[in-house]
Design a protein around this ligand. Structure first.
Ligand SMILES: [Zn+2]
Length: 354
């Protein structure tokens, strides 16, 4: 199911709105109608334009390091850049993470300077961070706050990633994560305690920070464990194949028998590729008896048995497939097994509960 829809794109990166975001905008609009004051509505709307700039900064740096950015999605709590994979190297990771807050700060300060040149009487409001009713000025302050908030060295904020990456340049990635998670939890607890005394909102932020830090920690521990699991540890023996001369109906039959959405194509023990469910479904039912597998586009995807299943998982997600043929490194045209998304999910469950 699709919970977000596309509103545009920049530098080839699709920008989408999550449906909860439209609910937020609708709610703010309704409140504005009620009070007949649209100031907050426009501030919220414009702030999110600047959130897009913040996310684009992350995405553009990611792309410069050759990391594919799938899309940017706007949620009521902010934007998220969905990237294909995390950078392997810490110096890339912190640059990527710092680009967002840096952009917010630079844009915020630029807006601040412009608004102060236009209305110098607002100068004292800088210290109080008060809402002034001056559109440019308030937007500037919000951007500065967005930048500062994201620099807090705790997951899930950008600052948590920056902090971990800087540590990871000096120690093991898993140790760096543990320190970053602990600092994040500590900051979360401090915020909750301080929040009880000063500001209720801070309690919520503190809880959000505490949970975010813990989740990131668990996620990294799981990935580290999963990275140690090899394809050959969880692969199955061949789950059935078709040869290129067979018809699509026969291929479909094997898919149903295997309960997997794709099927492996072999010609006299030589691996030719896989035929996917999506390709098969493009052919109308009454034609499937007449068309042979070799007439279809095959995906020539495979993985070596000694690779990590994390690598396999990336391929499965990227190619939207259900199984990957496993081939021998010495002879890549010989299939030695099949790795299914189900087997990866099982391995994930196992390391999670262990
Ligand atoms: Zn960010």
């Amino acid at each position: 199911m699709k919970y977000s829809f596309r509103i545009g794109s920049a530098w080839g990166i699709p920008i989408e709105l999550h449906f909860t975001f439209t609910l937020l905008i609708a709610a703010v609009f309704a409140l504005s109608l009620w009070s007949l004051s649209f100031y907050t509505f426009f501030i919220v709307l414009f702030l999110f334009v600047f959130v897009v700039f913040h996310e684009l900064a992350h995405s553009i740096v990611a792309r410069r390091y050759g990391i594919k950015v799938r899309k940017i999605v706007l949620y009521p709590i902010g934007g998220v850049s969905e990237i294909e994979e995390l950078p392997d190297n810490p110096s890339q990771e912190w640059r990527m993470a710092v680009a967002g807050p840096a952009t917010s700060l630079v844009l915020g300060l630029a807006l601040l300077i412009i608004s102060l040149i236009l209305s110098p009487q607002l100068f004292p409001a800088i210290i109080t961070f008060a809402v002034t009713g001056n559109f440019l000025f308030d937007l500037a302050i919000l951007n500065v706050l967005l930048g500062i908030f994201n620099l807090i060295p705790a997951f899930p904020m950008d600052g948590g990633r920056v902090f971990r990456a800087l540590l990871a340049e000096r120690m093991k990635y898993s140790d760096a994560t543990r320190y970053a998670v602990n600092l994040g939890r500590l900051l979360g607890v401090i915020m909750v305690v301080v929040g009880f005394v000063f500001n209720f909102l801070l309690i919520l932020v503190g809880l959000f920070v505490y949970i975010g830090a813990s989740e990131e920690g668990e996620q990294t521990i799981i990935s580290t464990k999963l990275a140690g699991v090899r394809v050959k540890d969880v692969m199955q023996l061949e789950v059935g194949y078709v040869n290129p001369q067979q018809t699509l109906s026969e291929a479909l039959e094997i898919m149903f028998k295997n309960r997997y959405h794709d099927v492996l194509v072999e010609n006299e023990n030589v691996f030719e590729g896989i035929i996917t469910w999506n390709e098969l479904m493009k052919i109308e039912a009454h034609q499937r008896d007449a068309i042979r597998v070799e007439q279809m586009p095959l995906k020539k995807i495979s993985i070596y048995s000694d690779e990590s299943i994390l690598e396999a998982n990336k391929i499965i997600i990227r190619e939207k497939i259900d199984l990957i043929p496993v081939v021998a490194r010495e002879n890549p045209s010989k299939v030695v097994g099949t790795l299914t998304s189900e087997a990866i999910a099982n391995a994930y469950e196992q390391v999670r509960t262990r």
